[in-house]
Design a protein around this ligand. Structure first.
Ligand code: UDP
Length: 328
Protein backbone atom coordinates (compact mmCIF):
# COMPACT_ATOMS: atom_id res chain seq x y z
CA UNK A 1 0.00 0.00 0.00
CA UNK A 2 1.43 3.40 -1.03
CA UNK A 3 1.80 5.84 1.86
CA UNK A 4 1.04 9.53 1.41
CA UNK A 5 1.51 12.47 3.79
CA UNK A 6 -0.92 15.37 3.41
CA UNK A 7 0.04 18.50 5.34
CA UNK A 8 -2.87 20.82 6.08
CA UNK A 9 -5.04 17.70 6.21
CA UNK A 10 -7.80 19.33 8.27
CA UNK A 11 -8.12 22.27 5.89
CA UNK A 12 -10.40 22.77 2.91
CA UNK A 13 -8.23 21.26 0.16
CA UNK A 14 -6.21 18.97 2.47
CA UNK A 15 -9.33 17.21 3.74
CA UNK A 16 -10.63 16.63 0.21
CA UNK A 17 -7.22 15.24 -0.76
CA UNK A 18 -7.31 12.84 2.21
CA UNK A 19 -10.74 11.61 1.06
CA UNK A 20 -9.48 11.08 -2.47
CA UNK A 21 -6.37 9.14 -1.43
CA UNK A 22 -8.32 7.00 1.06
CA UNK A 23 -10.83 6.18 -1.70
CA UNK A 24 -7.97 5.37 -4.07
CA UNK A 25 -6.60 2.82 -1.57
CA UNK A 26 -3.61 4.67 -0.13
CA UNK A 27 -2.45 4.76 3.48
CA UNK A 28 -2.95 8.42 4.38
CA UNK A 29 -1.06 10.32 7.06
CA UNK A 30 -2.80 13.62 7.70
CA UNK A 31 -0.89 16.38 9.48
CA UNK A 32 -2.22 19.70 10.75
CA UNK A 33 -1.52 22.13 13.58
CA UNK A 34 -5.22 23.11 13.54
CA UNK A 35 -4.56 26.86 13.46
CA UNK A 36 -6.92 27.30 10.51
CA UNK A 37 -7.88 23.67 9.84
CA UNK A 38 -10.78 21.97 11.60
CA UNK A 39 -10.91 18.36 12.78
CA UNK A 40 -14.56 18.28 11.74
CA UNK A 41 -13.39 18.17 8.12
CA UNK A 42 -11.70 14.81 8.65
CA UNK A 43 -13.57 13.30 11.61
CA UNK A 44 -15.22 10.79 9.26
CA UNK A 45 -11.75 9.39 8.45
CA UNK A 46 -10.70 8.56 12.00
CA UNK A 47 -12.46 5.19 11.88
CA UNK A 48 -10.47 4.10 8.79
CA UNK A 49 -7.56 1.74 9.37
CA UNK A 50 -5.62 3.37 6.50
CA UNK A 51 -5.82 6.87 8.03
CA UNK A 52 -3.56 8.36 10.71
CA UNK A 53 -3.57 11.91 12.04
CA UNK A 54 -0.57 13.79 13.43
CA UNK A 55 -1.35 17.00 15.31
CA UNK A 56 1.90 18.70 14.35
CA UNK A 57 3.22 22.02 13.06
CA UNK A 58 5.16 21.34 9.83
CA UNK A 59 7.37 24.35 10.55
CA UNK A 60 8.99 22.06 13.17
CA UNK A 61 11.02 18.93 12.36
CA UNK A 62 8.76 16.20 10.94
CA UNK A 63 9.31 12.60 11.96
CA UNK A 64 7.34 9.91 10.11
CA UNK A 65 8.28 6.29 10.81
CA UNK A 66 8.32 3.82 7.90
CA UNK A 67 8.03 4.27 4.17
CA UNK A 68 6.61 7.32 2.50
CA UNK A 69 5.91 7.54 -1.21
CA UNK A 70 4.21 10.91 -1.64
CA UNK A 71 4.09 14.21 0.26
CA UNK A 72 1.53 16.89 -0.55
CA UNK A 73 2.38 20.12 1.22
CA UNK A 74 -0.99 21.86 1.50
CA UNK A 75 -0.61 23.41 4.95
CA UNK A 76 -0.97 27.19 4.94
CA UNK A 77 -3.37 29.90 5.91
CA UNK A 78 -5.10 30.63 2.59
CA UNK A 79 -7.31 33.68 2.96
CA UNK A 80 -6.35 37.35 3.10
CA UNK A 81 -7.87 37.74 6.56
CA UNK A 82 -5.70 34.87 7.87
CA UNK A 83 -2.49 36.37 6.46
CA UNK A 84 -3.27 39.51 8.43
CA UNK A 85 -4.04 37.68 11.66
CA UNK A 86 -1.15 35.19 11.52
CA UNK A 87 1.48 36.66 9.20
CA UNK A 88 4.50 34.97 10.81
CA UNK A 89 2.95 31.48 10.71
CA UNK A 90 2.02 32.14 7.07
CA UNK A 91 5.65 32.91 6.26
CA UNK A 92 6.97 29.99 8.32
CA UNK A 93 4.78 27.29 6.82
CA UNK A 94 5.79 28.42 3.32
CA UNK A 95 9.50 28.50 4.17
CA UNK A 96 10.47 26.38 7.21
CA UNK A 97 7.52 24.05 6.54
CA UNK A 98 8.46 23.30 2.96
CA UNK A 99 12.12 22.94 3.97
CA UNK A 100 11.14 20.21 6.43
CA UNK A 101 8.91 18.53 3.84
CA UNK A 102 11.73 18.55 1.28
CA UNK A 103 14.16 17.09 3.82
CA UNK A 104 11.63 14.37 4.57
CA UNK A 105 11.10 13.72 0.83
CA UNK A 106 14.87 13.43 0.39
CA UNK A 107 15.32 10.97 3.26
CA UNK A 108 12.35 8.80 2.19
CA UNK A 109 12.81 9.05 -1.58
CA UNK A 110 9.26 10.41 -1.76
CA UNK A 111 7.70 12.54 -4.51
CA UNK A 112 6.62 15.94 -3.23
CA UNK A 113 3.92 18.27 -4.50
CA UNK A 114 3.44 21.82 -3.31
CA UNK A 115 0.27 23.87 -3.29
CA UNK A 116 1.37 27.06 -4.95
CA UNK A 117 -1.08 29.75 -5.93
CA UNK A 118 -2.29 32.31 -8.42
CA UNK A 119 -1.04 34.83 -5.84
CA UNK A 120 2.48 34.30 -7.25
CA UNK A 121 1.17 36.50 -10.11
CA UNK A 122 0.12 39.23 -7.63
CA UNK A 123 -2.07 41.93 -9.19
CA UNK A 124 -1.37 40.71 -12.73
CA UNK A 125 -0.64 42.95 -15.68
CA UNK A 126 -0.91 39.98 -18.07
CA UNK A 127 -4.36 38.47 -18.59
CA UNK A 128 -5.18 35.61 -18.48
CA UNK A 129 -2.14 34.42 -16.54
CA UNK A 130 0.09 31.80 -18.20
CA UNK A 131 2.79 30.02 -16.16
CA UNK A 132 5.44 32.01 -18.05
CA UNK A 133 4.26 35.29 -16.45
CA UNK A 134 6.52 36.27 -13.52
CA UNK A 135 3.98 38.31 -11.65
CA UNK A 136 3.45 41.68 -10.04
CA UNK A 137 3.76 41.21 -6.27
CA UNK A 138 4.14 43.81 -3.53
CA UNK A 139 6.51 42.06 -1.08
CA UNK A 140 5.69 44.37 1.84
CA UNK A 141 1.93 44.72 1.36
CA UNK A 142 -0.63 42.83 3.47
CA UNK A 143 -0.61 39.88 1.05
CA UNK A 144 3.20 39.82 0.81
CA UNK A 145 3.58 37.26 3.62
CA UNK A 146 1.56 34.74 1.63
CA UNK A 147 2.66 35.65 -1.89
CA UNK A 148 6.37 35.74 -1.10
CA UNK A 149 6.25 32.58 1.03
CA UNK A 150 4.63 30.77 -1.88
CA UNK A 151 7.19 32.18 -4.32
CA UNK A 152 10.01 31.08 -1.99
CA UNK A 153 8.32 27.69 -1.74
CA UNK A 154 8.45 27.31 -5.52
CA UNK A 155 12.11 28.39 -5.56
CA UNK A 156 13.29 25.97 -2.85
CA UNK A 157 11.25 23.14 -4.36
CA UNK A 158 12.92 23.69 -7.72
CA UNK A 159 16.33 23.94 -6.02
CA UNK A 160 15.83 20.59 -4.26
CA UNK A 161 14.76 19.07 -7.55
CA UNK A 162 17.76 20.43 -9.43
CA UNK A 163 20.38 19.95 -6.70
CA UNK A 164 19.21 16.79 -4.91
CA UNK A 165 17.19 15.17 -7.71
CA UNK A 166 13.99 15.11 -5.61
CA UNK A 167 10.84 14.38 -7.63
CA UNK A 168 8.76 17.53 -7.31
CA UNK A 169 5.48 18.92 -8.67
CA UNK A 170 4.22 22.52 -8.43
CA UNK A 171 0.48 23.23 -8.69
CA UNK A 172 -0.47 26.92 -9.04
CA UNK A 173 -3.97 26.82 -7.66
CA UNK A 174 -6.51 29.53 -8.54
CA UNK A 175 -9.64 30.41 -6.53
CA UNK A 176 -11.33 27.18 -5.52
CA UNK A 177 -14.62 26.68 -3.67
CA UNK A 178 -16.82 23.97 -2.27
CA UNK A 179 -17.90 22.23 0.92
CA UNK A 180 -15.66 22.64 4.03
CA UNK A 181 -14.57 26.20 3.38
CA UNK A 182 -14.63 28.05 6.69
CA UNK A 183 -17.61 30.37 6.84
CA UNK A 184 -15.58 32.98 8.68
CA UNK A 185 -12.36 32.73 6.70
CA UNK A 186 -13.07 36.00 4.90
CA UNK A 187 -12.97 34.65 1.37
CA UNK A 188 -15.65 35.89 -0.91
CA UNK A 189 -17.69 32.72 -1.41
CA UNK A 190 -18.17 31.73 2.25
CA UNK A 191 -18.64 35.42 3.11
CA UNK A 192 -21.43 35.87 0.56
CA UNK A 193 -23.14 32.54 1.26
CA UNK A 194 -22.96 33.10 5.02
CA UNK A 195 -24.46 36.57 4.61
CA UNK A 196 -27.23 35.30 2.33
CA UNK A 197 -28.15 32.48 4.71
CA UNK A 198 -28.14 34.80 7.74
CA UNK A 199 -30.33 37.31 5.89
CA UNK A 200 -27.62 40.00 5.81
CA UNK A 201 -26.60 42.26 2.94
CA UNK A 202 -23.70 40.99 0.84
CA UNK A 203 -20.54 43.07 1.26
CA UNK A 204 -18.84 43.83 -2.05
CA UNK A 205 -15.35 45.27 -1.60
CA UNK A 206 -14.63 48.07 -4.08
CA UNK A 207 -17.06 48.61 -6.95
CA UNK A 208 -17.32 44.87 -7.66
CA UNK A 209 -15.72 45.13 -11.09
CA UNK A 210 -12.69 43.06 -10.02
CA UNK A 211 -12.80 39.55 -11.46
CA UNK A 212 -12.04 36.04 -10.23
CA UNK A 213 -12.44 32.60 -11.81
CA UNK A 214 -13.83 29.96 -9.47
CA UNK A 215 -13.08 26.24 -9.69
CA UNK A 216 -15.16 23.60 -7.92
CA UNK A 217 -13.10 21.55 -5.49
CA UNK A 218 -13.73 18.13 -7.09
CA UNK A 219 -12.34 19.39 -10.41
CA UNK A 220 -9.28 20.77 -8.69
CA UNK A 221 -8.57 17.54 -6.78
CA UNK A 222 -8.70 15.60 -10.05
CA UNK A 223 -6.15 18.02 -11.55
CA UNK A 224 -3.87 17.64 -8.53
CA UNK A 225 -3.93 13.85 -8.71
CA UNK A 226 -3.17 13.93 -12.44
CA UNK A 227 -0.28 16.32 -11.89
CA UNK A 228 1.12 14.19 -9.07
CA UNK A 229 1.24 11.17 -11.34
CA UNK A 230 2.60 13.07 -14.36
CA UNK A 231 6.29 13.72 -14.92
CA UNK A 232 5.85 17.50 -15.22
CA UNK A 233 8.25 19.41 -12.94
CA UNK A 234 7.62 23.03 -13.94
CA UNK A 235 4.72 24.94 -12.34
CA UNK A 236 1.30 24.30 -13.81
CA UNK A 237 -1.90 26.35 -13.41
CA UNK A 238 -4.96 24.57 -12.06
CA UNK A 239 -8.23 26.47 -12.02
CA UNK A 240 -11.39 27.22 -13.93
CA UNK A 241 -11.03 29.90 -16.62
CA UNK A 242 -14.71 30.89 -16.32
CA UNK A 243 -14.17 34.50 -15.18
CA UNK A 244 -16.80 36.63 -13.42
CA UNK A 245 -16.94 40.02 -11.72
CA UNK A 246 -17.47 39.99 -7.97
CA UNK A 247 -20.68 41.99 -8.40
CA UNK A 248 -22.07 39.38 -10.80
CA UNK A 249 -20.97 36.65 -8.40
CA UNK A 250 -22.91 38.32 -5.57
CA UNK A 251 -26.02 38.43 -7.77
CA UNK A 252 -25.69 34.72 -8.59
CA UNK A 253 -25.43 33.88 -4.88
CA UNK A 254 -28.48 36.00 -4.05
CA UNK A 255 -30.46 34.30 -6.83
CA UNK A 256 -29.47 30.82 -5.63
CA UNK A 257 -30.24 31.63 -2.02
CA UNK A 258 -33.86 32.54 -2.87
CA UNK A 259 -33.60 35.65 -0.74
CA UNK A 260 -33.94 39.30 -1.59
CA UNK A 261 -30.70 40.41 0.02
CA UNK A 262 -29.11 43.61 -1.21
CA UNK A 263 -25.44 44.28 -1.89
CA UNK A 264 -23.53 46.96 0.00
CA UNK A 265 -20.24 48.39 -1.21
CA UNK A 266 -17.22 48.67 1.11
CA UNK A 267 -13.69 49.92 0.52
CA UNK A 268 -11.36 47.68 -1.47
CA UNK A 269 -8.58 45.99 0.55
CA UNK A 270 -5.00 47.03 -0.21
CA UNK A 271 -3.39 45.23 -3.21
CA UNK A 272 -6.60 43.38 -4.08
CA UNK A 273 -5.95 41.95 -7.58
CA UNK A 274 -8.16 43.59 -10.22
CA UNK A 275 -8.45 40.54 -12.45
CA UNK A 276 -7.61 36.87 -12.34
CA UNK A 277 -8.11 34.08 -14.83
CA UNK A 278 -5.91 31.02 -15.27
CA UNK A 279 -4.52 30.16 -18.67
CA UNK A 280 -4.84 26.36 -18.46
CA UNK A 281 -3.43 25.54 -21.90
CA UNK A 282 -0.62 23.55 -20.23
CA UNK A 283 -2.92 21.57 -17.93
CA UNK A 284 -5.17 20.75 -20.90
CA UNK A 285 -2.35 19.44 -23.04
CA UNK A 286 -0.03 17.87 -20.44
CA UNK A 287 -2.59 16.48 -17.97
CA UNK A 288 -5.54 16.15 -20.35
CA UNK A 289 -7.45 18.00 -17.63
CA UNK A 290 -10.00 20.76 -17.55
CA UNK A 291 -12.81 21.61 -15.13
CA UNK A 292 -16.09 19.83 -15.76
CA UNK A 293 -18.40 21.28 -13.11
CA UNK A 294 -19.99 24.59 -14.05
CA UNK A 295 -20.49 27.32 -11.48
CA UNK A 296 -24.24 26.86 -11.18
CA UNK A 297 -23.87 23.19 -10.31
CA UNK A 298 -20.89 23.81 -8.03
CA UNK A 299 -22.67 26.60 -6.18
CA UNK A 300 -25.74 24.40 -5.65
CA UNK A 301 -23.58 21.69 -4.09
CA UNK A 302 -21.80 24.28 -1.96
CA UNK A 303 -25.07 25.81 -0.80
CA UNK A 304 -26.31 22.37 0.23
CA UNK A 305 -23.25 22.02 2.47
CA UNK A 306 -23.62 25.43 4.11
CA UNK A 307 -27.37 24.95 4.59
CA UNK A 308 -26.60 21.77 6.53
CA UNK A 309 -24.56 23.71 9.11
CA UNK A 310 -25.98 24.58 12.49
CA UNK A 311 -27.29 28.06 13.31
CA UNK A 312 -24.22 28.54 15.56
CA UNK A 313 -21.84 27.84 12.69
CA UNK A 314 -23.72 30.28 10.48
CA UNK A 315 -23.41 33.13 12.97
CA UNK A 316 -19.65 33.48 12.48
CA UNK A 317 -19.02 36.94 11.04
CA UNK A 318 -15.34 37.25 11.83
CA UNK A 319 -14.54 38.35 8.27
CA UNK A 320 -15.84 41.80 9.14
CA UNK A 321 -12.64 42.37 11.15
CA UNK A 322 -11.02 42.75 7.78
CA UNK A 323 -12.35 46.30 7.67
CA UNK A 324 -9.66 47.56 9.99
CA UNK A 325 -7.04 46.84 7.33
CA UNK A 326 -8.76 48.29 4.27
CA UNK A 327 -7.60 51.34 2.31
CA UNK A 328 -8.66 54.56 3.97
N1 UDP B 1 -14.59 40.23 -1.54
C1 UDP B 1 -15.79 40.95 -1.44
N2 UDP B 1 -16.56 40.80 -0.32
C2 UDP B 1 -16.24 39.95 0.70
C3 UDP B 1 -15.03 39.21 0.60
C4 UDP B 1 -14.23 39.38 -0.53
O1 UDP B 1 -16.14 41.72 -2.35
O2 UDP B 1 -17.01 39.88 1.69
C5 UDP B 1 -13.77 40.40 -2.75
C6 UDP B 1 -12.28 40.65 -2.48
O3 UDP B 1 -12.02 42.03 -2.26
C7 UDP B 1 -11.67 40.14 -3.78
C8 UDP B 1 -12.60 38.99 -4.19
O4 UDP B 1 -13.82 39.20 -3.48
O5 UDP B 1 -11.72 41.13 -4.79
C9 UDP B 1 -12.04 37.62 -3.85
O6 UDP B 1 -11.60 37.68 -2.54
P1 UDP B 1 -11.08 36.41 -1.72
O7 UDP B 1 -10.73 36.90 -0.37
O8 UDP B 1 -12.07 35.32 -1.84
O9 UDP B 1 -9.76 35.88 -2.44
P2 UDP B 1 -8.62 36.51 -3.35
O10 UDP B 1 -8.95 36.01 -4.70
O11 UDP B 1 -8.66 38.02 -3.30
O12 UDP B 1 -7.37 35.97 -2.80
Amino acid sequence: MKRVLVTGAAGFLGSHLCDRFINDGYHVIGMDNLITGRLKNIEHLFCKSNFEFYHHDVSKFIHIPGDLHYILHFASPASPIDYLKIPIQTLKVGSLGIHNCLGLAKSKGARLMIASTSEVYGDPSVHPQPESYWGNVNPVGPRGVYDEAKRFQEAITMAYHNFHGIQTRIARIFNTYGPRMRLNDGRVLPAFIGQALRGEDLTIFGDGSQTRSFCYVDDLIEGIVRLLHSDHVDPINLGNPDEITIEQFAKEIIALSNTNQKVVFKDLPIDDPKQRQPDITKARSILDWEPKIDRKDGLKRTFAYFRSLSADDLRHTEHNNFEQYITK
